[in-house]
Ligand binder design. Structure first.
Ligand code: KG4
Ligand code: ZN
Length: 377
């Protein structure tokens, strides 16, 4: 079993891992499994979206999600293990998302992982979903791996459930610089998508529609622009789009008008994210020079372009992982497990999943169990 050596250095010495790691993700509406080799190269991965199950309801239904994870996880895990050519007994550890997220799915994924760990005498690692997003940037094959993406760096996490700027100071060591005071960016895309009759989730369809729109036709507000710190707010922007739509003649929106609304909204979100990221970069002067963007909204090209512009202006390198690694997946969970395993950061089989589990409560390596007793609902 690996042990933590020199835990006080910002990049502690890591022990080699004796075999592949299995990762399981089930915190929201993606059921995913992946196997990485001891170096972190992906041997096999799969993501099963539950979009079809939830879209009639216009959002994720927790009970449906939990049942779908339960129905699909065994076959998905067997599939990645077979394709990776790895026997369960040859794994170095099993890692599963243990929070934050929907409790039903978290219970399904972590109980499944614990069952495998117990049956094969393997270490179990409870992965914080946000930490998994945060550490993805260090995945070998994506860049030069941990040597290329060293701590500290800045993370902008923009998904359906989260919108925050985080100083990533080490495995288990995070400082939240700012967060949304109301909706997450992806949530705003989904709500505006619904207003424009685009179905759920709204983000990808809204981006496609915006491509033929004129962003200057509607001047939507840019909440928090220029405000000190790097908190976010999107509900006023969403309300402004709703009020604009309400003032239009009733009936289906003409396609061009819908495209212009979509483009105007998307431009406002991109401006806000770029401004907030600029403030976050200024909060780490001379400390960090890398901005990582992750989460489903990082798939948006207008957002990526705006972030690339401001990162360059601040002398930061921008790293936007490929879209399949920005959205929920199990590669990031297995990788976070591997990073923890290298530091000897294992969890007890009694680790209870946590629907709420802020990153700051994880505690740095060597501080004991992950924020024991904290982050419970
Ligand atoms: O990270 P993710 O897959 O799941 C979590 O929320 O954890 O993010 C999904 C969110 C949804 O709100 C979706 O509408 C948004 O990301 N999204 C996008 C795009 N693709 C996904 N938003 C804007 N533009 C996109 N291309
Ligand atoms: Zn996520």
């Amino acid at each position: 079993m690996p042990t933590l050596v020199n835990s006080t250095a910002s990049e502690p010495i890591r022990s080699p891992v004796p075999g592949p790691v299995l990762g399981i993700e089930s915190s929201c509406d993606e059921t995913a499994a992946a196997v990485l080799d001891a170096e972190g190269l992906v041997l096999a991965e799969t993501v099963l979206s539950q979009q079809r199950e939830h879209s009639p309801f216009g959002g994720v239904v927790p009970e449906i999600a939990a049942r779908a994870h339960l129905a699909h996880l065994p076959a998905l895990v067997q599939d990645v293990m077979t394709r990776a050519g790895v026997e369960f007994g040859a794994l170095a550890a099993v890692a599963a998302t243990a929070g934050p997220g929907l409790i039903g799915g978290l219970i399904v994924g972590s109980q499944f992982a614990k069952g495998i760990a117990i049956a094969h005498g393997l270490p179990y690692i409870a992965v914080n979903h946000l930490e998994a997003h945060a550490l993805t940037a260090r995945l070998p094959g994506l860049t030069g791996g941990p040597d290329d993406v060293s701590f500290p760096y800045l993370l902008l996490l923009v998904s359906g459930g989260h919108c925050q700027c985080v100083a990533v100071e080490g495995v288990g060591s995070y400082r939240r610089l700012g967060t949304t005071v109301d909706d997450a960016a992806g949530e705003a895309f989904d709500k505006v998508g619904k207003l424009l009759g685009l179905g759920w989730p709204g983000g990808p369809a809204l981006e496609r529609l915006a491509a033929s729109g004129d962003a200057s036709r509607y001047a939507f507000p840019r909440p928090m622009l220029g405000r000190e710190g790097c908190d976010f707010s999107f509900s006023g922007l969403k309300t402004s789009v709703a009020q604009t739509v309400a003032r239009l003649p009733s009936g289906a929106l003409p396609v061009q008008q819908a495209a212009d609304l979509a483009a105007g909204f998307q431009a406002a979100v991109a401006d806000v994210l770029a401004d907030r990221a600029t403030h976050a970069m200024r909060m780490m002067p001379g400390i960090a020079s890398l901005l990582v963007v992750s989460g489903g909204v990082a798939a948006n090209q207008a957002v990526r372009a705006a972030l690339a512009r401001v990162a360059a202006a601040q002398g930061f390198r921008l790293l936007a992982p490929p879209i399949r690694l920005c959205t929920d997946n199990a590669v990031m969970v297995a990788w976070a497990g591997l990073e923890r395993l290298r530091l000897g950061l294992l969890d007890g089989i009694d680790f209870a999943p946590r629907p709420r589990w802020p990153l700051e409560t994880l505690g740095p390596p060597g501080a004991g169990p992950q924020g024991a007793g904290q982050g419970s609902p």
